[in-house]
Design a protein. Structure first.
Length: 536
């Protein structure tokens, strides 16, 4: 390959030799002789006169084609007569040259020599077109024409070589210069959102902020039984009807939704949908809209992985082919798979390479009409489920990090101290951070909704008091077991956050529970006996 530069950008062209090296006069004579000896070749070959480099050979081939069209055959006498009538016989070497062509033993198969001849002709034309493209530095229109001709020639060469034509390769539309994309001269299209959140200032719809982007793969992470499936069922219903998700997050545009339930049969699916619809208090019109827009697949007991191993790597399964076929040409807003473990390959959670391949496969669903968001529910790991796990993160997901690294969006459900559920948005590559925890409460039938502001504040305060009380007991237990620890050592021995350890130790010193000793170490203050002596 080599690069040819012009006003329409630099293109990469097949590496070409000098034109003289692209000429084979003997091959041209062999093909002419074969056509003369076996005229039926002219029916089976894809050649034109311009494919011959030697001018006399071009004239002979034109005459052969004319004779064959007139008589449905071609022999030496008819060919000589046609060349003589056209006044070209002497130019091509006379009768002797034509008769000598019959001395060439023809190949049994016309394809190999004619393909070689055709290939040389295409390479010569490609070489000339590349030179013309590079010369038209001041003529963008002419340059664009030559660029298109080069593309056609490259495709023909690929066909002859038994390769996929560049123009038909799935990645060809993505091979463009920045100028061809027009990225700097036109405004990019606005980002579209499946979900938005009310703006913080008015807590309303005046200036909603993007939350879940369209055309992206994301994860919904949490421990088993926390309510992920109910929440995702609610999201599917919200997007299908335009209702708020969790009675709080906005749906800018209602549309078609696919909900794929890997662990539920038809009966359980019906029970869950009835419970969530009742909890959302849908109107009759909204129920009718839901029945039109929501497609549900209960797949308990079905093998439904989206990928599998074929011995060479991770490939798409027939489930993916089925989904694309059924999706048709209607616009989709959202596709939900619950849970990931039912749709991932056997080693997706153990192997980062396979996890990445799985996410890439899921991303192809984002190209369906409408550019839907694609979400998977997924279990959290054991560490994140511990009481002292701290704030949630995308890394809380179980298994290979390639799962959440590849996804562009993540939210986490977590049990709150003292009951209830919290929701955190831990990853959003395409939108602003939303770091606040959202407190959720269960309504009738298990339906989850965002708590009122007052209820959230009260729940946060209860959780803070319980968390601080547990942390206080950890500090006291650590100093009871090993007196004289500094704040740094206490942080290490209790596995608490640095700021929390510092605040707790200061509070315990202030209320007299701890004594600060030299070198900023601490011990528990001895309890006083009845006569003022410290107890042993």
């Amino acid at each position: 390959m080599f690069d040819a530069s012009g006003p329409n950008g630099t293109i990469r062209v097949t590496r070409l030799r000098d034109e003289d090296a692209l000429v084979d006069a003997n091959l041209e004579r062999r093909v002419l002789g074969a056509c003369l000896m076996l005229p039926h070749w002219l029916l089976n070959i894809e050649l034109t006169a311009r494919d011959f480099h030697v001018e006399s050979h071009r004239e002979i081939f034109r005459a052969m084609s004319f004779v064959f069209n007139e008589h449905n055959t071609c022999d030496t006498l008819h060919l000589i007569a046609q060349l003589a009538d056209a006044g070209a016989l002497s130019r091509v070497g006379g009768e002797e040259f034509i008769r000598d062509l019959t001395d060439i033993i023809p190949d049994r198969d016309a394809a190999p020599p004619t393909k070689r001849l055709r290939r040389l002709a295409l390479l010569r034309r490609l070489r000339r077109m590349a030179a013309l493209y590079g010369s038209k530095v001041d003529d963008a229109e002419a340059s664009a024409k030559y660029r298109e001709e080069i593309r056609v020639l490259e495709d023909e060469l690929a066909k002859i070589d038994g390769k996929q034509a560049a123009s038909t390769h799935r990645l060809t539309p993505l091979w463009k210069t920045l100028g061809e994309w027009g990225s700097l001269r036109t405004q990019p299209p606005p980002r579209e959102w499946t979900l938005m959140r009310p703006d913080e200032e008015t807590n309303g719809m005046a200036n909603p902020v993007g939350l879940l982007p369209r055309g992206r793969v994301g994860m919904v992470v949490g421990p088993g039984g926390v309510g992920k499936s109910f929440a995702l069922t609610g999201m599917a219903i919200a997007v299908a009807t335009g209702r708020k998700w969790l009675d709080y997050f906005l749906v800018p545009k209602a549309g078609r939704v696919l909900l794929v339930l890997g662990e539920e049969d038809a009966d359980e699916m019906a029970r869950r949908l009835h419970a969530v619809v009742a909890g959302m208090r849908l109107t009759d019109d909204q129920v009718a809209m839901l029945e039109r827009n929501l497609v549900v697949m209960p797949l308990a007991g079905e093998i439904a992985a989206l990928v599998h191993q074929d011995g060479k790597g991770t490939v798409e399964s027939d489930m993916m082919a089925f989904l694309r076929m059924q999706a048709g040409d209607v616009d989709w807003m959202l596709i939900i798979f619950d849970p990931l473990s039912r749709f991932a390959g056997t080693d997706t959670e153990k192997d980062n390479a396979q996890a990445t391949a799985f996410i890439q496969t899921a991303e192809t669903l984002c190209r369906l009409p409408g550019k839907p968001s694609v979400l998977f529910s997924h279990h959290s790991n054991k560490l994140s489920r511990a009481d002292d796990a701290g704030r949630s993160s995308a890394a809380d997901a179980r298994g290979a990090s390639g799962i959440t690294d590849g996804g562009r969006w993540c939210c986490n459900f977590k049990r709150r101290d003292g009951g209830g559920v919290s929701l955190e948005f831990t990853k959003n590559n395409d939108g602003p951070d939303f770091a606040d925890k959202v407190a959720l409460e269960r309504g009738e039938g298990g339906y989850l909704r965002v708590q009122s502001r007052a209820a959230c504040q009260a729940a946060d305060e209860r959780e803070r008091v319980q968390r601080d009380s547990a942390a206080r007991q950890k500090v006291i237990a650590a100093l009871t077991a090993a007196p004289g620890q500094s704040k740094t050592k206490l942080r290490s021995s209790t596995h608490l956050e640095r700021g929390l350890v510092c605040d707790l130790v200061d509070d315990l010193v202030e209320d007299g529970t701890l004594i600060e000793e030299p070198k900023h170490s601490y011990r528990i203050r001895p309890q006083q006996g009845a006569f003022g002596h410290a107890r042993d």
